[in-house]
Design a protein around this ligand. Structure first.
Ligand code: PEP
Ligand code: MN
Length: 341
């Protein structure tokens, strides 16, 4: 339920409603706009429906949230959410006019190479460094990532370049450890519906990049975001990375229609990953350009100085020089749309 207050509602009246809501076992969200204050109440509908919400002084109207995702929906919050990543002068806001690019290797491999990539992508305009330390590999015999050593390398690269970092956490037992090193906790496509993991990253309050599941509908994806939001963590970024279809030419089918579709449904920032979407390096540039054109708030792109020797996803990784060209092209498209990059 959304309680819209009258413009002249007093602080005492607001507090009275909040007090009752808590007594009913509901955790209220207050959003104080310039014109008026709105209180969001999410709890068992069958209980909330019995409460005389309209009878409270200061209440103008009570509107039910009809979508199954509540906190993620535009009914609940109409203004776009901005997720602030990192601290101080290197902090980055995702969901703003500036399109934020997250770039780096698929897997963190060595300290020297990670720092080399971080410097190169920063120079080309990336604002956040990515790199996997815990890798979700189809085969148990493939490289699984460097684990904590990989996290240490990412933290060193951040120290060297100032770029905040983004890395995947695969298991609830590792959330605390990964959170100690990273600025964004990435939930990979394969874990999009790992509900205990979603709750655990929700409890950290940290920025979470939630990738779309391999066969997840937009509704299921938003319900997963809702798990994180429902733990009191508003810092969720959605990332389209392609879905499984009958087509096998590309690794996945990048669903760019998800971007404008999500805009109709949610206030959360939306990123696109053309690397895992296309799966072939020469498709990454065109898909990145299209993602910017369709209104993405950010891009995630894999970059490696020696793709042929990469421990994972070399076939879809861009050389730093190609990445720089793709950035230049995307920037031009961003400007046409009144955005920076
Ligand atoms: C990744 O970003 O390295 C990754 C494994 O992505 P996804 O979960 O989208 O497959
Ligand atoms: Mn990868």
């Amino acid at each position: 339920m959304i309680i819209v207050l009258r413009p002249n509602a007093t602080e005492d009246q607001i507090q009275e409603i909040l007090k009752h809501a808590r007594e009913w076992g509901v955790n209220p969200d207050v959003s104080r706009g310039v014109e008026r204050t709105i209180i969001g109440l999410i709890g068992p509908e069958e209980i909330l429906r019995t409460k005389p919400l309209e009878a409270f002084p200061g209440v103008e109207k009570v509107v039910p949230v009809l979508k199954p995702y509540k906190r993620a929906s535009l009914d609940y919050k109409a203004e776009p959410t901005r997720v602030v990543v990192g601290r101080g002068e290197n902090s980055v806001s995702i969901g703003d006019r500036t399109i934020v690019v997250v770039a780096g290797p698929c897997s963190v491999e060595t300290e020297e190479e990670t720092i080399e990539i971080a410097r190169a992508v920063k120079l080309a305009g990336a604002r956040i460094l990515r790199g996997g330390a815990f890798k979700p590999r189809t085969s148990p015999y493939s490289f699984q990532g460097l684990g904590e050593r990989g996290l240490e390398i990412l933290a060193l690269a951040r120290q060297e370049t100032g770029l905040p970092v983004c890395t995947e956490v695969m298991d609830t037992k590792d959330v605390e450890l990964v959170a100690k090193y990273t600025d964004i906790l990435q939930i990979g496509a394969r874990n999009m519906q790992n509900f205990s993991l979603l709750r655990e990253v929700g409890r950290t309050g940290m920025p979470v990049l939630l990738k779309r599941g391999l066969s997840a509908t937009i509704k299921e994806w938003l319900m997963s975001a809702e798990y994180i939001l429902s733990e009191g963590n508003p810092n969720v970024i959605l990332c389209e990375r392609g879905i499984r279809t009958f087509e096998t030419y590309t690794r996945n089918t990048l669903d760019l229609s998800a971007v404008p579709a999500l805009r109709r449904e949610t206030h959360l920032p939306i990123m696109v990953d053309p690397s895992h979407g296309g799966g072939i390096w020469s498709l990454v540039g065109p898909l990145a350009r299209a993602a910017v054109a369709v209104g993405a708030d950010g891009l995630m792109i894999e970059v490696h100085p020696h793709p042929m020797e990469a421990m994972s996803d070399g076939e879809q990784s861009l050389l730093p020089s190609t990445f720089e060209r793709v950035m230049t092209e995307c920037r031009k498209i961003a400007r046409v749309l009144g955005r920076e990059m």
